[in-house]
Structure formats: C-alpha cells, structure tokens
Write a protein that binds this ligand. Structure first.
Ligand code: ADP
Length: 560
C-alpha cells in the first residue's frame, strides 16, 4: 500500500471513529430523552388528572364547581390514554361518575370511582416503573454499545498509534543508515525495504545509486592499483635512488637503488618514522640534513660514488602531503669531468713549454744583433707575440682551473701589503691600459693595508679584474682601485666606467665558461670563476655591482 493511501486510511479511520461515536452517542441520548419524555408527559399528566379528580370527589356532592373540575379532568384523562387496560379503567370511571351524578348520595359510587382512579393510577405507576426500566435498559444498552465500540476503536487506535510512527520512522531510519554508510564510502551497503510504497521506491533509487558508486569505486580502484604498480615498476627500474615520505615523515616507499645505497631492506623500514631510521643510519641522517650542499659522496657499487640530492614536495590542492627524496647518481659525470680536468691540465702543461720557447724565439728575433727586421716583419712578430701572450694566458687559466677542480689549490697565506699587490697588478696591465689611454687611479682610505693572503693568487685575481675593466672600458676613461676597511676585512674594489653588465647576467658571471652575450669574444669565461675560487679559498668573498651602460664595480674582501 502506498504511503499516501496509508495516511488516508489512518486519517479516514480517525474520522470514522469520530463519526461512529457521534452517531451512537446522539442516538442513545435521543432514545433516552424519548423514553423519559413518555414517562413525564403521558403518565405524569394522568397522575395529575387523577389527583385533581380525587380532590374534586372530596368536595362532592355539595360543590357544583367540583363537578365541573371532575368533568374537566376526566375529559383530559379520556384524551390521555396511553397504557394497556387504561381505556377500560377510564370507561369504568366515566360510568361510575355518570352514576354518581344521578345518585350523589350513594356512597358505593364514591368507592367505585376511587377504585377506578386507583386502578388508573396503578396502571400508570406500573407504566412509569416499566418505562423507567426501559430507559435504564436503553441507557445500559447505550453504555454497552458505546463501551464495545469504544474498546474496539481504542484497540484499533492504539495499534495504529503504536504502528503508524514505525511505518514512517523505520524506512527513514533505514535510509539514514544507508546514507551514512555511503558518506563513509561503504558503497556495498544496500537498503532492504520490502514495501510497495514511496519509501520502497526511494530505497530502490538509493540502491541503484549505491550500485553505481560501487561500480565507479571499483573501476577507480582498479585504475589506481594499475597506476600504482606502473609507477612502482618505473621507480624500481630507475638508476636513481628514490625514497617517498608521507606528511608525517613516515617512509612510504623506497626503490632498489636507494635500498642498496642505504643498506636497508624495504620491508624493514616501510611505514617507519624516517628520523628513527636516521638514528642508526649515517647516510639517511645526511639525507635529512637541510644543507644546501646537494652533492653527496657515498661509497656505493664498491667505489666512491657521487649523488645529487633533490627533495621534491608532493602537493595536493596547494597542501604539501609528502616528500620524495631523489638521489641522482652523477658518478659518471664526475668521472668524465675528472678526465676532462686531467686532459686540460696535461694539455695546458704541455703547451706552456712550447709557448714559452716561441716567446723566447720572438724576443731573440727582435734582438738587433741577430739581424734587423723590416716593418712588415716587425708587425708580424708583434701579432705573433700578442697571440702567444693570449695563448699563455689561456693555458695559465686552464691550469688554474684544473687546480681548482681537483681541489689542489696550493695556498701560502701570509701577511702582505695590499699596496704592493695593487702596484704589481697595475704594473702588469700598464701596457694594455696605455694602449687604450686609460688612467688607473688608486684610492687608499685606510692606514692598515695588511691582509692575510696568498700574494700570487691575490695579484692574479686583481690583474684579472683590471684586465676585464680595461677590456670593457672605452678609450681615455678612468679606472679606480679603492682600498678601504670593512669590519674585519679589507675591501679592494676595481671601478670602471665601461659597458656595465645587464642585471639578468649578474648572478651568472662567476660561473665557469660564462660570457655575457655581446661581450668581447676573446676570453674563456674562466677568469671570474677562478678568481672566485681563489678568493674563497683564502677565506674571502668576491662580488660585483653594475649598472648596465654606466660601468661596473668588482670587489673582493680579505681578512685584514
Ligand atoms: P672573460 O675571459 O670572458 O673576460 P671573465 O670570467 O673574466 O671571462 O668574465 C666573464 C664575463 O663577465 C665576461 O665575458 C663579461 O661579459 C663580463 N665582465 C667581466 N668583467 C666585466 C667588466 N668590467 N665590465 C663588463 N663586463 C664584464
């Protein structure tokens, strides 16, 4: 039965209860009123007439009005015959009254009349008693039927009251439980309502929805599982070590390479807090250190290996939900780099001797004792000299670079006067400055000019900075070398009014082989990189400030 029909039946039943009770009550009361009416009107009136007649009889025969009263009440009684036997008794009364009118002094008439009245009274009193019983039985009947109907209706109403809320509450509860299960991702949950009403329809619709969700979840799960095993395969095939952490820093996964490097087994560490593993594993401890030195030297594959550490954040909706530590094996690059450095070192070393002998031969050629040269020959000799000088500079830089790359910078740190170094460097670049008519000025803004440094390396750096300043300055411009005190250091700045450096290249010019586009092409791009290594090896710092098109200021600081 549909819910609508059930509600209609329920409310209809209540309506019927009210109707039945109403009708029953009203008819019972109506019947009772009828019964009592009869008692009151007909029988009571008879008793009144009889009473009046008895009063009139007492005043007879002398009172004429008493005759008239008697006659009037007898007539009324004759019109008010309602009971069985009352008619005969009344007729008998009339007969005796007529006799009394003829023989007023015959006492037997009075007796007969009194007996007749008594008889009518008796008949009516009996009738009253009978009607009282009838009224009582009508009342009893009404009470009985009202009680029966009341009991039946109460039982039905009680059953309805007990069951009706359940008719609505039970399916709603089942639906609410089903919805909660779906909210908790329990898509296999179904609602079992075997009813043919709107709730049944709702349960069916719900079950269809849950089935679809279940299907969707399973296909999604299968997809996710497939993706997971695919990614696991990729991660395990990679040559790099990979460790995955969740947001609580527990280990989620680790691939074979990382397992080997760390000397740990996946099943022993999965799900464990990474900091706990780091307590007993040196390499893990180093991986967790938040240092910016990304390169790690690790003993792996029975040799010293180099790894580049990279920590990637895994985010979901801008929220970090974990990290992946990637250890890239850069040992082959290191080996190649080493081979390159050795090659460069060997080649530049081997080139130095022939270049030196070329320079010596050129000097001899210029010697007048050997023979005089014509102008063309002189020009050729000058050009060969320039080229061999440049070659010597390049081989020198390459040698320095190989020293830097192999970490073999030989330093002899000792107190030395900066003025001497500045003089030496200025002297070394004097010729090229003069060629461009550039003036090199010195500004010494401190009395203490002693630094703890390697004289040769510092001079090399300063010469390099000056050479660059000359190279990138216009003819007839000025270059200033400034010495000043800064906290515990001495700062040497080389300031030129040359081409300057575009801001986007400023953080790159100390990189090896970097040359700003459009800069003069003769150069290796190594000078500043080597300068940086030399200054930092001495515990100093090097930097640059520049305005593109207006000039540059290269400076370095060394401990005073
Ligand atoms: P290079 O041998 O090419 O001069 P460096 O390492 O000495 O190599 O310089 C790297 C780059 O820095 C140069 O190519 C040039 O673009 C820029 N640079 C260096 N010094 C100056 C300067 N004084 N003015 C403008 N640019 C400069």
């Amino acid at each position: 039965m549909k819910l609508k029909a059930k509600l209609t039946v329920g409310i209809g039943f209540l309506f019927i209860v009210i109707l039945v009770f109403g009708i029953l009550g009203i008819t019972s009361i109506y019947k009772l009123r009828n019964d009592t009416d009869k008692v009151l009107t007909n029988n009571y009136e008879t008793l009144v007439y009889n009473n009046n007649m008895l009063k009139s009889l007492d005043e007879l025969p002398n009172n004429k009005i008493a005759y008239q009263d008697f006659e009037k009440n007898l007539l009324l009684q004759e019109k008010n015959i309602t009971e069985f036997g009352e008619d005969d008794a009344t007729k008998w009364l009339r007969k005796n009254f007529e006799k009394l009118k003829l023989q007023p002094n015959d006492s037997s008439n009075y007796r007969e009349i009194r007996q007749a009245i008594q008889r009518i009274n008796n008949i009516n009193q009996n009738a009253i008693l009978l009607k009282k019983d009838t009224a009582q039985s009508t009342a009893n009947n009404a009470i009985f039927w009202l009680t029966v109907v009341f009991t039946i209706l109460t039982i039905i109403a009680l059953t309805l009251t007990v069951n009706f809320p359940d008719i609505i509450a039970t399916p709603i509860k089942a639906l609410a439980e089903g919805i909660t299960a779906i909210a908790n991702k329990n898509y296999s949950n179904r609602i079992h309502l075997k009813q043919n009403d709107e709730f049944g329809d709702l349960a069916n619709a719900f079950n269809i929805m849950a089935e679809k969700l279940d299907e969707y979840e399973h296909t999604n799960l299968a997809k996710i599982k497939f993706e997971k095993s695919r990614i696991e395969t990729i991660i395990n095939q990679m040559k790099d070590g990979i460790i995955g952490l969740d947001e609580q820093k527990n280990i989620l996964f680790i691939n074979a390479v990382a397992e080997k490097m760390l000397g740990l087994k996946e099943q022993d560490i999965i799900g464990k807090y990474v900091a706990d593993i780091a307590l007993t594993n040196d390499l893990m401890r180093r991986l967790l250190q938040d240092d910016h030195r990304k390169e790690l030297k690790i003993y792996a594959d029975n040799k010293e290996s180099y790894f580049n550490k990279e920590v990637l954040s895994v985010s979901n909706d801008d929220q970090v939900i974990g990290n992946v530590i990637v250890l890239r094996n850069i040992t082959p690059f290191h080996e190649l780099n080493e081979a390159k450095t050795n090659f460069i070192a060997t080649v530049s070393h081997e080139l130095k001797t022939p270049i030196a002998s070329i320079k010596m031969s050129l000097d001899l050629l210029e010697n007048k004792q050997i023979g005089s040269l014509n102008n063309d020959q002189k020009q050729l000799i000058d050009s060969i000299k320039d080229d061999s000088n440049r070659l010597l500079k390049i081989t020198g830089e390459l040698l320095n670079l190989s020293q830097v790359e192999t970490g073999n910078i030989q330093l002899s740190l000792q107190p030395c006067s900066l003025i001497n170094i500045v003089d030496y460097a200025t002297n070394a670049v004097k010729m090229s400055a003069e060629q461009k008519k550039i003036t090199i000025k010195q500004e010494v803004a401190t009395s203490n000019v002693l630094v703890k440094a390697d004289k040769d390396k510092t001079a090399w750096v300063l010469i390099n900075l000056l050479a660059n300043a000359i190279k990138y300055s216009d003819e007839q411009s000025n270059i200033t070398i400034r010495i000043e005190h800064e906290v515990d250091n001495l700062k040497i700045s080389v300031i030129d009014k040359g081409v300057g450096i575009a801001p986007k290249y400023l953080n790159k010019i100390f990189d090896r082989y970097f040359k700003a586009p459009s800069s003069i092409s003769t150069g290796t791009g190594l000078g500043l990189a080597i300068s940086k290594e030399f200054i930092e090896a001495q515990g100093g710092t090097i930097g640059v400030k520049s305005i593109f098109g207006e000039g540059s200021c290269f400076y370095f600081l060394l401990p005073a």
